[in-house]
Design a protein around this ligand. Structure first.
Ligand SMILES: NC(=O)C1=CN([C@@H]2O[C@H](COP(=O)(O)OP(=O)(O)OC[C@H]3O[C@@H](n4cnc5c(N)ncnc54)[C@H](OP(=O)(O)O)[C@@H]3O)[C@@H](O)[C@H]2O)C=CC1
Ligand SMILES: N[C@@H](CC=O)C(=O)O
Length: 430
């Protein structure tokens, strides 16, 4: 039976994502009411610049006083799409304390303060949902939290940042420059307010922290995630990757140790074989592999950024939270998490592609090979190209720990025949 009194929604932020949330709430109002069992009403929209023309948003709903909006006391659900840590964190906390549940797309905040926010939500018997915080439109949080709750997830690996995938794809497929591709991603609404978060890997690291926490039922914070961005990836790296039958992607990889007592989470550019499904993920699309004991390997794929795709995930959460509200219930919380150790990057085992500038003279290869052997790093292939007394030496290793590889590189730098380490890239997905 349809309830006639509407559920009231406060929208905090009306930018790329918020404007699409408002549009869908209006255009799909009847369908949403049907699915929820009550109409939903946009009760207020908090922004920074009230004078800006916002199509479809009645001016009387617009306010710059987000605090007063969440304190009104008659708001059922606050949708936070402002981004950043403050004022978003205080607004969300205040919303719980004044009787509202919260839907957020704010991965930066959730990766940093997710545990504290969940605690406040639970103390106040309210929901905190955030499907849109990871991988845009792709349903990933709910499958991990609910569908796979009876299984044991061991690994989550994928592309979780649309902006950097867009840039790397453009650089690889059209030879576009980095800045040109970044400007296009920003104009399309994919990039964060400060795109440093995207290109330096902070956004993907926040998503990795959230994914690892939900997948392994533990707490992983942003600071626990090893992070390298993609600003150092060059056209030469793409050429080397092609010679190996690979391309380069910015990957987020979260793994549970074999004995199940610890986890690792990392974000960095990696070479992946062109035959791997992740190699064909184009533009701002994301794709995530989840490996679990019983299900085996699952792949989630779809638009990872942009206003409408992200709003789709926000609306899904809004419907779920409204239904919970009508049923007088809340969805699954996170208070039952175990405290697994988060291991350092040194313990991660993978393959490496190392490009060295060396002197082009006899014995160099043997010298370099000895250093690898002394550090217990086994070599898979070596390719040398020399010219005018200088040479470039490309070494691809078998699987080795990051700590052994770091020791190897430190020792290589001390050889007088090694002029420099041009690039080091991990090789994944084989
Ligand atoms: N863009 C995307 O593809 C995706 C974004 N997200 C996340 O969604 C959130 C929003 O992103 P996006 O829509 O792109 O960001 P935008 O920068 O486009 O929008 C931010 C909105 O917040 C408003 N705002 C900023 N500060 C305040 C404040 N102090 N009080 C009230 N309103 C404020 C802005 O107001 P005004 O309009 O007046 O400037 C604007 O409407 C972020 O957490 C982001 O990480 C998640 C997935 C994908
Ligand atoms: N800036 C982010 C937006 C979605 O999370 C991205 O590019 O993935």
């Amino acid at each position: 039976m349809m309830r006639t009194r509407p559920l009231k929604v406060a929208l905090l932020g009306c930018g790329v994502v918020g404007s699409e949330v408002a549009r869908i709430m209006t255009t799909h109002a009847d369908d949403l009411a049907q699915r929820i069992g009550a109409p939903v009403e946009l009760a207020g929209v908090a922004v920074r610049r009230p004078a800006k023309v916002r199509e479809g948003i009645p001016q009387e709903l617009v306010t710059t006083d987000a605090t007063a909006l969440v304190k009104r006391g008659d708001i059922d659900v606050v949708v936070e799409v402002i981004g950043g840590i403050e004022p978003a964190r205080t607004l969300i906390t205040t919303a719980f304390e004044h009787g509202a549940s919260v839907v957020s797309a704010n991965k930066a905040l959730l990766a940093q303060d997710g545990a504290a926010l969940h605690a406040v939500a639970e103390q106040n018997d309210k929901d905190l949902y955030y499907e849109a915080a990871v991988a845009g439109a792709i349903p990933l949080i709910r499958p991990l939290r609910e569908s796979l709750a009876g299984d044991k997830v061991n690994r989550v690996l994928g592309i979780v940042n649309g902006t950097t995938n867009f840039i790397l794809d453009k650089m690889d497929s059209t030879g576009a420059g980095y800045q040109e591709a970044l400007d296009e991603a920003t104009a399309l609404g994919y990039a964060e307010a400060d795109p440093t978060a995207d290109v330096e890997g902070f956004d993907a690291a926040a998503k990795a922290a959230i994914l690892a926490g939900i997948a392994f039922h533990t707490r992983v914070r942003l600071d626990d995630v090893y992070r390298e961005g993609m600003t150092e990836v060059t056209a030469a790296d793409f050429r080397s990757a092609k010679e190996m039958g690979c391309t380069i992607k910015l990957l987020a990889i979260c793994e549970r140790s074999k004995d199940g007592t610890s986890v690792t989470a990392r974000v960095h550019p990696a070479m992946i074989p062109l035959t791997h499904p992740l190699a064909s993920v184009r533009g701002a699309y994301n794709a995530v592999f989840v490996e679990s004991d019983a299900a085996g390997q699952l792949m989630f794929y779809g638009p990872g950024a942009g206003g409408a795709p992200t709003a789709s995930a926000v609306l899904g959460d809004l419907v779920a939270v409204c239904r919970n509200r009508l049923n007088g219930a809340t969805g699954p919380g996170e208070s039952s998490y175990a405290a697994l150790t988060v291991s350092s990057m040194g313990e991660v085992v993978t393959r490496y592609h190392i490009s060295l500038d060396v002197a082009d003279k006899p014995g160099v290869l043997a010298q370099v090979a000895t250093v690898f052997a002394e550090h217990g790093v086994s070599i898979d292939t070596v390719r040398q190209q020399g010219k005018d007394g200088e040479a470039s030496l490309v070494v691809v290793t078998h699987r080795a720990s990051d700590a052994s590889l770091s020791g190897t590189v430190e020792a290589l730098r001390k050889l007088d025949t090694v002029r420099g380490v041009a690039s080091i890239m991990r090789v994944e997905g084989e």
